[in-house]
Design a protein around this ligand. Structure first.
Ligand SMILES: [Ca+2]
Ligand SMILES: [Ca+2]
Ligand SMILES: [Ca+2]
Length: 367
């Protein structure tokens, strides 16, 4: 396994996300007594006009015969779709636990989901984990971006055994539907090793409407001298020229639109990131490109060292500039930097060699 150039910050973010996930999904090994009722997924995302399906599951049930609950949703944003067209009104879909049973109450509308469901007596009580019901919402065309809970009314929830006695309820987990804002821009701060002039790092972005779909557009921005960039998200679809090839991999799974971001500068290892387009301005944060890939084959290794040694001692008059077609220097200041000048100080010397040696073995995560 090759070592990635991804900086530690990404790992820290990942660790934090995992910790949050662990907190959001307590292990089933935890000692719980009693059944739990939950929406699944707890977080779903959909834009105006799209549909999203939430299921209600019971876990750890014992001797369960009847479930009653009321849950609320925002009727100004979400419209429940009718699961039983040949019955008057709008109904929830009935889960497998109650497939042959009775539903004295099954209504969705005016901001409430109301279900009372009982098992078919000959089937006996239910134990274990199973689906109680499901609801499909359509996000209204007039919905505003935001996070909309689909929340149980705790006082309404009843789990009953065949004798009508309560089954212990150990917990409730609400669901939510997020209507994301339209992403208008991507920003971030990209530095490079061995210099304090961070201009002209190329930020190339490919835009994906979802998992398992090809990119529909692209855009590029170049960092300013401080390393900052702001890349406006292009509208609609656009032609992607073959010479700025998108990645070979598909976007990660999940209820998001995605952007693939590639960070590049000559003589440095490229870095690549998938980011969900889940905010008005998507922040990719701080990344540092590591120097030494002078032959631009994606890794910093002996071939780079050999080339730097071969060019060792070359100089150019200052000021000099590193040629880079993706982010050309406006009004190129002075002379052309030597080819193996990694830090752009117009000479190939011990600093360039040291940087490549320290990064020896690193490979770009873009391939
Ligand atoms: Ca109906
Ligand atoms: Ca190399
Ligand atoms: Ca140098």
């Amino acid at each position: 396994m090759m070592k990635s150039l991804a900086p530690r910050r990404s790992l820290a973010t990942l660790a934090l996300l995992l910790a949050l996930l662990a907190a959001a999904h307590p292990s089933t090994a935890a000692a719980t007594t009693g059944a739990t009722l939950r929406f699944d997924p707890t977080f779903a995302q959909a834009r105006q006009g799209q549909t999203v399906r939430l299921e209600v599951w019971v876990d750890n049930a014992e001797n369960l015969n009847r479930v009653e609950f009321t849950a609320s949703y925002d009727p100004a944003q979400l419209e429940p779709l009718d699961a039983i067209p040949d019955q008057e009104g709008v109904q929830l879909e009935i889960g497998s636990i109650f497939a042959d049973g009775y539903t004295p109450q099954n209504e969705a509308g005016e901001g409430l989901l109301q279900l009372v469901a009982a098992r078919f007596p000959a089937d006996g009580p239910f134990a274990g984990q199973g689906m109680v019901a499901a609801i499909t919402f359509q996000v209204l065309d007039t919905a505003s971006p935001g996070l909309y809970p689909v929340a149980f009314d705790p006082a309404s929830v009843q789990l009953l055994d065949p004798d009508g006695n309560p089954v212990t309820l150990a917990g409730l987990t609400d669901g939510s539907v997020r209507v994301p804002p339209v992403a208008t821009a991507i920003d971030g701060w990209i530095t490079r090793e061995g210099t304090s002039a961070y201009g002209r790092t190329a930020v190339t972005a490919f835009f994906y409407p979802g998992p398992d779909q090809p990119p529909v557009n692209w855009a590029r921005a170049c960092t300013d001298e401080d390393g900052n960039f702001l890349l406006p998200v292009p509208e609609g679809e656009g032609y992607i020229p073959p010479d700025i090839a998108p990645p070979l991999t598909n976007p990660p799974e999940g209820p998001y639109e995605w952007v693939f971001v590639r960070l590049e500068f000559p003589n440095h290892g490229s870095e690549c990131y998938w980011e969900p387009l889940d905010d008005e301005v998507v922040h990719i944060g701080w990344h540092t490109l590591e120097g030494g890939d002078v032959n631009e084959d994606g890794c910093i290794n002996i071939f780079d060292i050999v080339r730097i040694i071969g060019d060792f001692g070359e100089t150019a008059s200052t000021p000099c500039f590193v040629p880079f077609a993706s982010c050309p220097a406006s009004n190129p200041p002075g002379s052309l930097a030597p080819a193996s000048d990694i830090n752009g100080d117009c000479q190939v010397n011990i600093f360039d060699l040291t940087m490549a040696a320290e990064n020896f073995g690193l490979c770009s995560n873009c391939h």
